[in-house]
Design a binder for this molecule. Structure first.
Ligand code: PGA
Length: 243
C-alpha cells in the first residue's frame, strides 16, 4: 500500500527556541488526525537533536535537509548518515531544487546522497522538478525523466519517497494545477520498478489547496515549505480532508 507522507521542509528557518515553541503548539492539534498518514518535519541541522528528543515516541518523525555520501572525512560543512542516524533522524531531503540551484547538486551527487541515506537506515525524500523555462519549452517530461533516471540508479525503491516539485511553484504562491501535478507524478511512477513508492507534490501547498491536491489519484502526500513554518498551518495540512 502506498503510504501518505505529509512533510514540512523548514529550510533555513527556526532557532532551537522557535523549534521548541512550534512542537509545543503542534502536538495538541494532532489529536484526531487519522493515523493513516506519516507526518515528518525536516528541520535545520542545529535543531535536529532537540526535535528528535522532543518528538521521541510521538507520531511525528524528524528529517534532515541534506546528507553527505561518505560516513566521515575531510568534507568541511557536511553531515553524514551515521551522525543523523545516531540522534534518531528518520528522513532526509535529497536533491531539493535549492540545493541543485545554489549548491551545485547534480544527479550524480543526488544519487550518492540517496545511497548514503539508505545505508544509514534513513528514508530519503528525492526532489525533482522543472524550471518555468523548461515547462514553457515543453521539456517537463524529458527533464523529470532524466532527473529520476540519474538519481535512482542502484537505489532501493522500497525505502524511498519522491517529491515532484515544479521549481516555478516553490515559494511563489503559484501552485501547479492538481491534475497536472497528478499527470507528472503518474509519469514518474511509470518509470519506477516499485509502483508503491510514495510520491508527493510540493510547491506552494497550503491548507486552502491541500484537499484538492490530496484528492488526486497519483499524489501520496505533500512536501511543504512556507506553510509548514506555523504549527497551526502544519496541523491543518496534517488533517487534510478532515477539518
Ligand atoms: P513552498 O516550498 O511550500 O514554500 O513552496 C516547498 C519546498 O521547497 O519544498
Amino acid at each position: 500500500m502506498r503510504k501518505v507522507v505529509i512533510a514540512g521542509n523548514w529550510k533555513m528557518h527556526k532557532t532551537q527556541a522557535e523549534a521548541s515553541a512550534f512542537v509545543q503548539q503542534l502536538m495538541p492539534q494532532l489529536d484526531g488526525v487519522p493515523d493513516d498518514r506519516e507526518l515528518v518535519l525536516c528541520a535545520p541541522f542545529t535543531t535536529l537533536d532537540l526535535m528528535a528528543n522532543k518528538l521521541k515516541g510521538s507520531r511525528v518523525k524528524v528529517g534532515a535537509q541534506n546528507i553527505h555520501w561518505e560516513k566521515s572525512g575531510a568534507y568541511t560543512g557536511e553531515i553524514s548518515g551515521p551522525m543523523l542516524q545516531e540522534i534518531g533522524i528518520r528522513y532526509v531531503v535529497v536533491g531539493h531544487s535549492e540545493r541543485r540551484q545554489y549548491f551545485g547538486e547534480t544527479d550524480a551527487t543526488v544519487n550518492a546522497r540517496l545511497k548514503a541515506a539508505q545505508a544509514a537506515g534513513l528514508t530519503p525524500i528525492l526532489c525533482v522538478g522543472e524550471t518555468k523555462q523548461q515547462r514553457d519549452a515543453n521539456e517537463t517530461e524529458a527533464v523529470i525523466t532524466a532527473q529520476i533516471e540519474g538519481a535512482i540508479a542502484d537505489i532501493n525503491q522500497y525505502n524511498l519517497v519522491i517529491a515532484y516539485e515544479p521549481i516555478w511553484a516553490i515559494g511563489t504562491g503559484e501552485t501547479c494545477a492538481a491534475e497536472e501535478a497528478n499527470r507528472v507524478i503518474g509519469l514518474i511512477r511509470a518509470q519506477l520498478s516499485n509502483s508503491e513508492v510514495s510520491i508527493q507534490y510540493g510547491g506552494s501547498v497550503k491548507p486552502a489547496n491541500v484537499d484538492e491536491i490530496m484528492a488526486q489519484s497519483e499524489i501520496d502526500g505533500a512536501l511543504v515549505g512556507g506553510a509548514s513554518l506555523e504549527a497551526d498551518s502544519f496541523a491543518q495540512l496534517a488533517g487534510y480532508q478532515q477539518r
